[in-house]
Design a protein around this ligand. Structure first.
Ligand code: ADP
Ligand code: MG
Length: 372
């Protein structure tokens, strides 16, 4: 009997080990989600890691969260930090040294500004400030005087005024002030996604208030994200993201102020010096946050007439635009990807073909020498 009990125990232990082993092989963590949430870049940014060892995932999301916090501080448009130090130097006509990440971001800004023919212009910080958007809460004051807007337009700050020599940056135009709000979030989420991947994380989503980068998938199914309906609370449509894809939305329904019944949004048309009116939201599906974020802003300025031309110039295939009249315009690639969320696809969806004859952009040549 004794021997029998011993054998039973051994068998039970072996079975337990096998079960544990199978459980481990399947990954007890398969369903585990580990999160980190921070208030950065003017919104709540949530990092969700799935299917990783919980301890490793916790270490990774904390480190990546701290990276986002650092970038938020360094690239802030009006609080003291690396960017404000550079802006002060530019205003004084001095050169300043920046870190390699900021130098890269500025070079990308030059390229995107050039490709968008200046509709995307991160050098219009003075205009953004003049309209009162260099504050945590929307402005309460009336719009600025026409003469002040005209003066800043006449000063004509362009990203080509920036001279970037490795990590040394100066501007030939002292009126240029950098405000990276149009693409910093995308650039930051790209760096954060790369950071998670370098830490061995395969499946994750980084969600900055609807601006999303994904790594891998959501276990057995892909990541699905919603495009917010700018008019009512809810989703306009949903998109299933392939590993490594991003979806970014810009709109005038979140950061704006109203004065005498008129809405003034935080996206400024550099040509007029005034906030955009016609466009309520633009969403861009791409593989790079930095480009998608900049493109969503640029397309908001471009408006319905220039939608296809500017998307093509920025090498964006999939974009959807909602106008103030409720029209929904989408490129063919976006039409293929958007799915109805509970109801039919947006009424009045119009497919807008991209021009076929886009010349290769000459904009790469505008960026400065690579850092040594
Ligand atoms: P969100 O921050 O809501 O994602 P955007 O990506 O469109 O929206 O960024 C808007 C921000 O970009 C503004 O708050 C301002 O900092 C900056 N900005 C405004 N107009 C322009 C423009 N024409 N080009 C580049 N940046 C802009
Ligand atoms: Mg943007």
């Amino acid at each position: 009997m004794k021997g029998g009990t011993g054998r039973t125990l051994a068998l039970a232990t072996m079975l337990a080990l096998i079960v544990l082993g199978i459980h481990r092989l399947r990954g007890p963590e398969a369903d585990v989600e580990v999160r980190d949430t921070r208030y950065v870049f003017g919104t709540l940014v949530e990092i969700v890691v799935r299917g990783a060892d919980p301890v490793e995932a916790r270490t990774a999301v904390s480190a990546t969260g701290r990276l986002l916090q650092t970038l938020h501080h360094d690239w802030h448009a009006w609080r003291p930090g690396a960017l404000s130090t550079l802006n002060d130097a530019i205003a004084d006509g001095r050169a300043a040294e920046v870190d390699p990440q900021l130098a890269d971001l500025l070079r990308a800004g030059q390229q995107l500004a050039c490709a968008s023919e200046g509709l995307f212009n991160p050098g219009i910080g003075r205009l953004v400030a003049l309209w009162g958007f260099h504050a945590d809460t929307p402005p309460q004051s009336p719009p600025p005087a026409a003469s002040e807007i005209a003066a800043l337009r006449a000063a004509d700050p362009q990203m080509t005024d920036l001279v970037i020599d490795g990590q040394i940056v100066r501007s030939t135009n002292p009126s240029l002030q950098l405000d990276l709000g149009g693409y910093a979030k995308g650039a930051a989420l790209d760096l954060a996604a790369a950071d998670l991947a370098a830490r061995g994380i395969r499946d994750a989503v980084l969600n900055a208030g609807g601006d999303v980068n994904v790594l891998g998938d959501h276990g057995a199914r892909p990541w699905r994200v919603a495009i917010r309906d700018p008019f009512v609370w809810g989703a306009l449509a949903t998109v299933t993201l392939d590993p490594g894809e991003v979806l970014y939305t810009s709109g005038n329904y979140e950061r704006y102020f109203e004065h005498e019944g008129e809405r003034f949004a935080h996206i400024i048309d550099p040509r007029s010096g005034h906030p955009v009116r016609e466009i309520v939201s633009v969403s861009v599906l791409d593989t790079e946050g930095v480009r998608a974020d900049a493109a969503a802003t640029a397309l908001s300025v471009a408006g319905r007439e220039r939608f296809a031309a500017v998307a093509a110039a920025l090498e964006i295939d999939a974009a959807v635009m909602v106008t103030d009249r409720g029209e929904v315009l989408a490129t063919p690639a976006m039409v293929k990807r958007i799915e109805a969320s509970g109801g039919p696809l947006p009424a009045g969806l119009t497919t807008v073909a991209l021009p076929a004859d886009v010349q290769p952009s000459p904009c790469g040549a505008q960026t400065g020498p690579e850092p040594s």
